[in-house]
Design a protein around this ligand. Sequence first.
Ligand SMILES: O=C(CO)[C@@H](O)[C@H](O)CF
Length: 536
Amino acid sequence: MAEHAARRCCLGWDFSTQQVKVVAVDAELNVFYEDSAHFDRDLLEFGTQGGVHVHEDGLTVTSPVLMWVRALDIILERMKASGFDFSQVLALSGAGQQHGSVYWKAGASQVLRSLSPDLPLHKQLQACFSISDSPVWMDSSTTAQCRQLEAAVGGAQALSCLTGSRAYERFTGNQIAKIYQQKPEAYSHTERISLVSSFAASLFLGSYSPIDCSDGSGMNLLQIKDKVWSRVCLAACAPHLEEKLGSPVPSCSVVGAISSYYVQRYGFPPGCQVVAFTGDNPASLAGMRLEEGDIAVSLGTSDTLFLWLQEPMPALEGHIFCNPVGSQHYMALLCFKNGSLMREKIRDESASCSWSEFSEALRSTEMGNGGNLGFYFDVMEITPEIIGRHRFSAENHKVPAFPRDVEIRALIEGQFMAKRIHAEGLGYRIMPKTKILATGGASHNRDILQVLADVFGAPVYVIDTANSACVGSAYRAFHGLAAGTDVPFSEVVKLAPPPRLAATPTPGASQVYEALLPRYAKLEQRILSQTQGPPE
Ligand SMILES: O=C(CO)[C@@H](O)[C@H](O)CF
């Protein structure tokens, strides 16, 4: 690989489900280097599929922690061989898949502190983990532990108010509880528990990195209002847990200087700062440069909303985390399972498998669709828990079908009205300066984005989020360099390439949807009560 000209930079890492990735970002916020080690492709000896092992019970999902260590060795060696000038790295930060956990065996901190620069990491850390297969976010084997935790704090809504989410199987507290209950010896031999993010930071620090508040919000253990561990939740999960976790820190914290191992083996400067690593979604929010009032809509297989919240309203759906770049604010994630697969099905059924016909239908039908409303959930929806297709006329009568063009608009308007209603249910408020940042496959369809702009009454911008967690981590590293100067994150990243404007609200849109949204919400509740009984 060509020699890289020396340029002052920050590194952003992402220890994600399928790979470890790194980007180098210079002072003008240009990405000039990137590399990745793909677990299934580059680390065949671990035998993962999609970076994980799905166990025979079909519920337990883990990843080998040494695979993550080995992937870091591979990338660093590749960077060194490519002539990357590590001496120019001012700071680094990173992200990790959320909720996953790493169990450091008693004595591991001594090994971390005394790494020999003559050996790769994985050869020195082989005996440092009391659990060799780390539980990851795809695990759903801890339902019993979830119920125990909710019972301990007074129910699902109480837990949500305390920690930002009701109990979820993948959330770390419930995973720790399962390990304590089913592998008590391994638990007792564990001196430290990290998230994937703080584990990765520990590798660079050469000591245990604290958990940051944003990723810590994905554990069902952190009180999101005052940003301390909930003693009730800790006690409900496992004994002596607080000492194994350490104290959480603000996400913008500089947690230390890089370990001498990297100075001697790779040529990092001794003063290279390590900024707290965080979860992949909080890091992506930073990478998308979301600001107060903004909303990011990832239109993929499932649709995911990233919200910036000032006053969160914790609920039984969605997840509220401490904000990674606005320490007094919050962020929220809302997931809608019936995303692009639903759009493709309706395209095939009502637009002859053609996106251009699909778009033509949107252009040839009016905003509000003549009062026709549709709910399209071919798989059990998460937000809310409804399945099936439900169509209503302007008079709120159930109808079995719509004309093709009406069907298409009903699908898209319904998907976006649901997003707005559930986002506002978590405390999101559209502001005059609100920007909608669209990403994912469907964000390439301008007519779909026009409906998004109309429903929210806000401009829609498109952004490329391929490396958002890595780039967001590099941005956070730059922000960490300004630590203690009160420079806001938005100021640090103002030089970054701006998102592209794709759609602005059609005149009259807000009148149309201010009238439709309450109807849509009421009909959703009607469907829920018919299929589920009254809400909790
Ligand atoms: O579980 C999730 C968020 O709650 C996923 O987005 C993981 O963070 C993916 F790594």
